[in-house]
Design a protein around this ligand. Sequence first.
Ligand code: CP
Length: 306
Amino acid sequence: MDKDLLDIKSAATADIELILNTASSFKDVLSRDIKKVPTLRGKTAVNLFFEPSTRTKTSFELAEKRLSTDVINFVVPSSSVAKGETLYDTIKTIESYGIDFIIIRHQFSGVPHFISRISKASVINAGDGINEHPTQALLDAFTIKEQKGTIAGLKIAIVGDISHSRVAKSNIYCLKKLGADIRLIAPHTLIPTGIENDVTEIYHDIESGIADIDVIMTLRIQQERQSGGFFSSTDEYFKFWGLTLKRLGKARPDVIVMHPGPMNRGVEIASEVADSRHSVINTQVTNGLAVRMAVLYLLDSARPRK
Ligand code: CP
């Protein structure tokens, strides 16, 4: 393991497997009456979110607390960032406390890599621009393995706004390393160029794309990263690309439906699918906690001692 988790593209398959196996042990810990362990007592984590988050932020904070880490939740709008302090000076200021982990979400791709170069702390990418969201892919892989027993050989469809999705990119790299057949389903306007080398198939029709699929990942339309013109309207998007129960009927009978959240019900997914027996969306959130505990634990072991 490296001291940082910056992306899945450059991660070793053996490290991904180690994180998934370690997360399994932490999931057992989380089923006990006393869910807190002293593993990272005396360590300090800073959660530095420059973009909104519900799942990733709460899950990292809870993972840190369950491991007995001291936690600083850095609130960007009320910090000196609002007075023009640079990212470099913000990191150097925080680091003066002798912190061990920086969990960073930022609107610009590459910011976690920049912080990694200037900081001795373990840096964890909690989502950078349209680049990657590595812990989301790890929790998704953990959930698939838990539900299906394996990942290798499964037919996994990723449906929707692939172009603007860091979740899609991390998942494509992760699931490919773990041996899945990856099928992308999206309009031509929402498929990035060059991605065909990393996936098995690309479909531009959801009806035929879903046939015989084991796992469907639906993606939110990332309107905050779009300049417009990729599709006519959300109503039309749902009509042609929305995951409905009727369309789900074309997949394998034991298909599971995933979504990284937050969902736009009635845009990329119908409520009747999101709340159906096929949905593992809330299980993904549960598993995010165990996976993030595993990442914190393993990175701490990999960081050179001070
Ligand atoms: N999946 C995900 O990153 O969700 P949040 O934006 O709520 O953290």
